[in-house]
Design a protein around this ligand. Structure first.
Ligand code: URA
Length: 269
């Protein structure tokens, strides 16, 4: 990696790396190519997949470009890391939802050291009003599901794929999910849960990048960046079709088994 960059190239690279940072993408590597001046060489990639040489190159690039590393990098305390991520999110205007009637950003709630995370779709009217995920009718049912597992809402961490209420509770657009979810990825990385439960198809599709119906998602474990991830029905769907509570209870029992939680006889009410 050369230590001196052409000033224009440096400006372009700085802008590009800042853009990735804004998107919550921090891990970059440089492909070995003939034309070292092209911006197209820089691609996001998981740091786990990087060779030591690539990691060193990224470190030099970051230093050279004076780009701040991820705010919570090196912070071992998950509560402190979550605070830094929240600060970084700020009064977010990264997608159009900020000017479409949101009252506030709904970041996430719960135990920063939780073994289990629940991830829903997007805040609804009650959540937008109170600034906390799953506090409306669907939230009451989620609380019952958590209680049925023999744990408390305060023991788990609850978040959504997107942090602002879409107008009229419409399904989030793909670009809204793509813009917002990097912050969720950072929350997951800070909390390091043992298991994640994706609630409903939007959460499952976004996290797993698989387009499948709920019937195909359920009933098995997925590997999500080294963390076990299960998919079950969204509580709002269960309010519309309570017959599926029985199936949901099967999914939750699979999670309880993985976490070593005692199996109560009772299911989800
Ligand atoms: N539905 C969701 O997906 N998330 C909430 O926070 C509330 C309802």
């Amino acid at each position: 990696m050369p230590r001196t960059l052409d000033p224009q190239l440096k400006r372009d690279l700085t802008e590009r790396v800042r853009y990735y940072r804004e998107m919550g993408i921090y891990d970059l590597y440089r492909r070995p190519v003939a034309d070292a001046g092209s911006l197209q060489e820089i691609q996001p990639e998981s740091r786990d997949e990087m060779t030591p040489k690539s990691k060193a190159a990224v470190a030099v690039l970051e230093e050279d470009l004076s780009v701040a590393p991820r705010a919570e990098a090196g912070i071992a305390d998950p509560a402190a890391a979550l605070r830094l991520i929240r600060e970084d999110l700020g009064d977010c205007t990264r997608c159009p939802l900020h000017k479409q009637g949101r009252k506030q950003i709904v970041f996430g709630v719960g135990n920063p050291r939780a073994d289990l995370m629940f991830i829903g779709e997007a805040p609804g009217a009650d959540e937008d009003q109170q600034g906390e995920p799953f506090v409306g009718r669907a939230g009451q049912l989620l609380n019952n599901m958590i209680k049925a597992m023999g744990i408390r809402r305060e023991d788990v961490y609850i978040a959504n794929i997107i942090k602002c209420r879409p107008p009229g509770n419409r399904t989030p657009e793909r670009d809204e999910c793509e813009t917002c979810s990097p912050f969720l990825m950072r929350q997951i990385a800070a909390i390091k849960p043992k298991a994640i439960v994706a609630l409903g198809a939007v959460a499952a599709k976004t996290l797993l990048a698989i387009n499948a119906p709920m019937s195909e998602f359920r009933g098995r474990w997925y590997d999500f960046r080294g963390t076990k991830l299960a998919v079950t029905y969204h509580p709002a769907f269960l309010l519309r079709d309570p017959r599926q509570k029985k199936e949901t209870w099967k999914d939750l029992q699979m999670v309880m088994k993985e976490l070593g939680l005692a199996m109560p006889a009772k299911g989800v009410d």
